[in-house]
Design a protein around this ligand. Structure first.
Ligand code: NAG
Ligand code: NAG
Length: 214
């Protein structure tokens, strides 16, 4: 009899313990679920993105107007991407080659007197990959239906130009002649002279970067 009541007492105690554990487990679960639901329903908070106007820009002049891209009318892009310039400039010499560029003046109001050149690798890979999928203002990721604004675009820090090179790469057209790295460099320097003259970048600090074998 004593043994039996002791046993039933122990059983009751352990049942109580289980209930206590159960309820703590339940409340923890509920709290976790609530947190997950809150996270799912809140829209992601992105930093405010400055947009640079073409009007009044130091880069907008008689020589550059023909390259000006209307930032709020880029096909498939449903936001104003701001000031930019795209097109081709010759590599010079006796070549018919032209390199394609897309230049994004910085939204940084300090207006740093510098420009960053971005090259995707290869040589021979399209630098629009870097622009549209990596560090540019318009981000269109694989598996998504539409491009979105990239609040972390590098042009928020400094002036950035994406260049497709050598001739024959992407939208860079002309007779393909480059056979080695010296040829690629010569083409680039020919183009760069024209680019600096067109956009009045004399005296600007130049940074060159890219990915892979750029
Ligand atoms: C842009 O420039 C045009 C003419 O050059 C002017 O009429 C217009 O008001 C300007 N727009 C802005 C937003 O400054
Ligand atoms: C346009 O280019 C020409 C030739 O390089 C230059 O003399 C002129 O100053 C440029 N105009 C502007 C507004 O930058």
């Amino acid at each position: 009899m004593r043994v039996a009541s002791l046993l039933s007492c122990a059983a009751a105690l352990s049942a109580g313990l289980v209930a206590a554990i159960d309820s703590r487990y339940f409340w923890d679960k509920a709290r976790l679920l609530r947190q997950q639901q809150n996270r799912a329903s809140a829209a992601p908070v992105l930093p405010a993105v400055p947009v640079r106007a073409t009007n009044g820009s130091v880069f907008h002049n008689a020589n550059t107007t023909k390259f000006a891209v209307q930032g709020d009318a880029i096909p498939d892009v449903d936001f104003d991407a701001g000031e930019s310039y795209a097109g081709q400039l010759p590599i010079g010499g006796d070549s018919d080659g032209q390199l394609f560029f897309w230049f994004w003046p910085t939204t940084n109001t300090d207006e740093p007197q510098e420009i960053l050149i971005w090259l995707n690798g290869g040589p021979g890979c399209s630098s629009l990959e870097g622009l549209l999928q990596e560090n540019g203002p318009i981000s269109w990721q694989a598996g998504t239906y539409a491009p979105v604004r990239n609040p972390w675009s590098w042009h928020h820090l400094t002036n950035v130009v994406y260049i497709e090179q050598p001739v024959g790469t992407g939208f860079s057209t002309g007779t393909v002649t480059a056979r080695n790295e010296d040829d690629v460099a010569d083409q680039f320097m020919g183009f760069w002279r024209h680019f600096v003259d067109t956009f009045g970048l004399h005296g600007y600090k130049v940074f060159i970067t890219g990915e892979s074998y750029a």
